[in-house]
Design a protein around this ligand. Structure first.
Ligand code: QAP
Ligand code: CO
Length: 200
């Protein structure tokens, strides 16, 4: 397995529309495993292929909440529908066949590290997709998993969460990135511990 470089906004590749996966099997499995390692290493819950420079309609997801030591999954914090979906998920060529209701979630993105904003998404989705071997499967889910699937699917069409918020808010984030760049690893860790103090 290998860790891949995650592209960050404003890399122009993040604005491209990705192409359908047509070749399945060993090659896709390799990319899937590399993406999963890259995502776990960055403490992410979802990663789309274009974020690592592969303009393919493919994504990996693991939204299972972990305990403070990161040892155990807290399945009791997932909805019934989320618990019924096997994770980690490898998803090729996803298409939403049904979307119902609305939910608001404070989203972040590994391609926009250190920035968060509330985004409105479907509360419940049904989607069809292929696995790494080209077998079609369906997912019916809600909660964080539904949010994450919709966020990652946006990447396949060249969209970021900052394209789904008000101009005032997205211009503020884009302006800050253009002026000051991204926070360093140290600053991100400090922000994280400050957030946890507020929550506690
Ligand atoms: C998309 O995002 C998502 O800024 C996945 O410093 C986000 O994995 C879907 C991350 C929220 C649903 C809800 C972001 C890690 C990870 C950061 C991620 C950071 C470290 C983001
Ligand atoms: Co993202």
């Amino acid at each position: 397995m290998a860790r891949l470089k995650i592209l960050t906004f404003p890399d122009p590749r993040l604005k491209e529309v990705s192409l359908p996966v047509e070749k399945f099997g060993a090659e896709m499995e390799l990319l899937a495993n590399d993406m999963l390692e890259t995502m776990y290493d960055a403490h992410g819950i979802g990663l789309a292929a274009p974020q690592v420079g592969h303009l393919k309609r493919f994504l990996v997801i693991d939204t299972r909440p972990k305990d403070d030591q990161g040892r155990r999954y807290k399945y009791d914090e997932m909805t019934d529908l989320e618990q019924q979906v096997q994770q980690p998920l490898f998803v090729a060529n996803p298409r939403i066949v049904k979307g119902e209701g609305k939910q608001n979630f404070d989203e972040g993105c590994l391609s926009v590290p250190g920035f968060y904003e509330t985004v409105e998404r479907f509360n419940y989705i049904e989607l069809e997709a292929e696995d790494v071997n080209g077998q079609t499967f369906t997912i019916k889910t809600d909660g964080l998993l539904a949010v994450c699937l919709q966020h990652e699917m946006d990447h396949l069409d060249g969209k970021l969460f900052i394209d789904r918020i008000s101009f005032v808010k997205s211009n503020k984030i884009k302006g800050q990135i253009k002026k000051h760049g991204y926070p360093t690893q140290e600053e991100l860790l400090k922000e994280k511990s400050d957030r946890e103090k507020v929550e506690a």
